[in-house]
Design a protein around this ligand. Sequence first.
Ligand SMILES: Nc1ncnc2c1ncn2[C@@H]1O[C@H](COP(=O)(O)OP(=O)(O)O)[C@@H](O)[C@H]1O
Ligand SMILES: CC(=O)OP(=O)(O)O
Ligand SMILES: [Mg+2]
Length: 400
Amino acid sequence: MNIFVINSGSSSIKYQLFIQGSATPLCSGLVERIGHSDAQITHKYHRNNKEDVIRIEQPIADHEAGMLAVAELLTRADIAVVQSAEDINVVGHRIVHGGETLTHTTVITPEVKDRIQALFPMAPLHNPGHYEGIKVAEKTFPEATQVAVFDTAFHQTLPEKAFRYAIPNTLYHELGIRVYGFHGISHQYVSREAAHYLSKPDAKVITIHLGNGCSMAAVNAGRCIDTSMGLTPLDGLIMGTRSGSIDASVLLYLTEQNNYTTEQLKNLLNKQSGMLGLTGHNDMRDISALYRQGIVEAKLAYDMYAYRIKKFIGAYAAVLNGLDAIVFTAGVGENDALARELVCRDMEYLGIGIDIAKNELRESGIRDITAFQAKTRVLVIPTNEELEIARQCQDLLMGA
Ligand SMILES: Nc1ncnc2c1ncn2[C@@H]1O[C@H](COP(=O)(O)OP(=O)(O)O)[C@@H](O)[C@H]1O
Ligand SMILES: CC(=O)OP(=O)(O)O
Ligand SMILES: [Mg+2]
């Protein structure tokens, strides 16, 4: 069985093709900077037992165009990862928002598609791209079983005291307004990897997923008990273009005093805020370069970014009533030593400290950057949402 996994984030599409049971993909790739004229596809595949890479730079207007380009690469005769589209048996899709009804990995039916579409307002940067991805995959791989794996599923174990908002009960019961939480596929994967690494199945772990979107989870013995995103992937940490937590009155103020429309507010908080709003850039590579040049906006933005994470670490150490490890993951978490250093600075009270030299090393695999004799382990664990999705597809279809 060949499983093709599609992970579309807000700014990128990642994909991997697995043979059932193998953790090493036949090919993998990344479409970056979707919506920009200098978008890029990096496609890696194996030929004659060695890895080849193709890089294509071309404008990619949206997720549909990105998906079409990927589908073409997969079956391109000169690469021949698969002979034809029929060789793909399963397509696993990452779906950010499953709401209250789509709580487990499931085969995609017309009804599932309708529900994903109905959730567009709750994941405006994501579910529309996923929906396009499903439509393209159905056309390109008509023989394959399409499977949805939800970012919200891992957070279904949150206790009610953690997932409810203190607003009238009817808004929860009638409209489903509650904390759902996101990046669950990643939090699940890295928290399990951390527990293995620590040889401690009942480990208390805080996972910190810092990509374009950023979120944290408190995981106790493999069960998620709290998380920083909410009804939508806007709440919590400061992100590339999203504000994270903000007093809801700011929105009322802007509406009443400055005539902002809901469309303007949506754009403001989702697309113009976060690191972009503070520095004019949303890619941490650009912002860290500015930080090192001493640009004050970049310094303040990094300090705010790290400070918000610190506050959640404190909160989650409290709700876990203990802490074995914190885990950094995703694009920023895995690559940005400065962000990790600022987060872990002055955290001795919680037993957190990092080895500055180890923090700067660039190595693949799990990295333990804990300072000598610090009580809480600080780990950098590369996430692999695609492998987690492939495993969940396999479990669903093989009945494991
Ligand atoms: N070497 C690096 N240093 C700092 N940040 C990086 C580096 N590489 C990638 N990033 C950051 O990772 C982000 C993308 O993370 P990723 O997890 O792939 O996000 P998403 O899934 O939301 O598209 C980029 O916006 C960039 O800021
Ligand atoms: C939920 C979310 O924000 O996802 P991503 O980080 O992939 O945009
Ligand atoms: Mg992501």
